[in-house]
Design a protein around this ligand. Structure first.
Ligand code: HEC
Ligand code: HEC
Length: 200
């Protein structure tokens, strides 16, 4: 075999590997645009954002914000607590340190009206199924309809911060526009929740 034909054989092999890789990679890139058709499965995708530390750190089921990534999530420094209005105790108001925007110099995160989510909206430690039921429960979610939830996900500044968290923080995993489309799809297909076993 001449060196030339060897080379071209290698090239065609590389092409074939390239083609196989393209096919293998397609399902995940398609998944980004085409949500799962099943409503409960769609919620499982949505939960990947809701259970991300950028959201959970502010949605605890006790009185203390958390900080840091999931694998190292710890209680907020200096024993910060929610206080009577979720905005911190008198001497430690959230807004004293957290301003309207991220502080690039100090790394302190910021967004308008920074405060803890009310206790009824605590999600930390819930299973996917429980999270789904809590989110839909108008006695817990601030009396929001499903439509109002879609709007909150699409426009709220504290939610939006999860995509622009500043400093070294990882943003939530699905682009915001795609995430809102997933929620719309979930609502249009009946806003079903995963069963308790499947959702664990
Ligand atoms: C800085 C703290 C903070 C962060 C970060 C935060 N939230 Fe919240 N969240 C709140 C507060 C405060 C409320 C209550 C606002 C209200 O009822 O108007 C709330 C309410 C909500 C609600 C409506 C009520 C409910 O629980 O159903 C949703 C939905 C929500 N947040 C989603 C998210 C998502 C998704 C993220 C991450 C991308 C996130 N939040 C990050 C503080 C936060
Ligand atoms: C004395 C200043 C101070 C006060 C008061 C304070 N914080 Fe913080 N907070 C910080 C600093 C500094 C960080 C950044 C820590 C880091 O990333 O190393 C932080 C980080 C956070 C984070 C982590 C964000 C993430 O996902 O990485 C949350 C959530 C948070 N604060 C919520 C609150 C809430 C809610 C209040 C009021 C109840 C509050 N903080 C009061 C200084 C403060």
């Amino acid at each position: 075999m001449s060196p030339l034909s060897k080379g071209s054989k290698r090239t065609s092999q590389r092409c074939r590997i390239g083609a196989i890789l393209t096919v293998l990679m397609m399902p995940s890139s398609l998944a980004a645009q085409t949500p799962p058709s099943n409503s409960a499965e769609t919620f499982t995708e949505i939960a990947k954002v809701l259970t991300h530390p950028r959201c959970l750190n502010c949605h605890p089921r006790d009185d203390r914000p958390r900080q840091g990534p999931a694998e190292a999530t710890r209680l907020h420094q200096m024993n910060v607590q929610r206080g009577h209005d979720d905005g911190g105790r008198t001497a430690q108001r959230c807004a004293t340190c957290h301003h309207e925007t991220n502080n690039a110099a100090s790394g302190v995160p910021g967004a308008p009206h920074w405060r803890l989510a009310p206790l009824s909206m605590g999600w930390r430690g819930l299973s996917t199924a429980e999270l789904c039921r809590t989110l839909k429960d108008t006695t817990k979610n601030g009396n929001r309809s499903l439509q109002a939830l879609i709007e909150h996900f699409g426009t709220d500044h504290l939610v939006g911060w999860g995509w622009e968290p500043g400093a070294h923080r990882a943003p939530v995993p699905i682009p915001r526009a795609d995430f809102v489309k997933l929620v719309e799809h979930w609502v249009q297909t009946g806003a079903e929740c995963p069963s308790s076993q499947a959702g664990r």
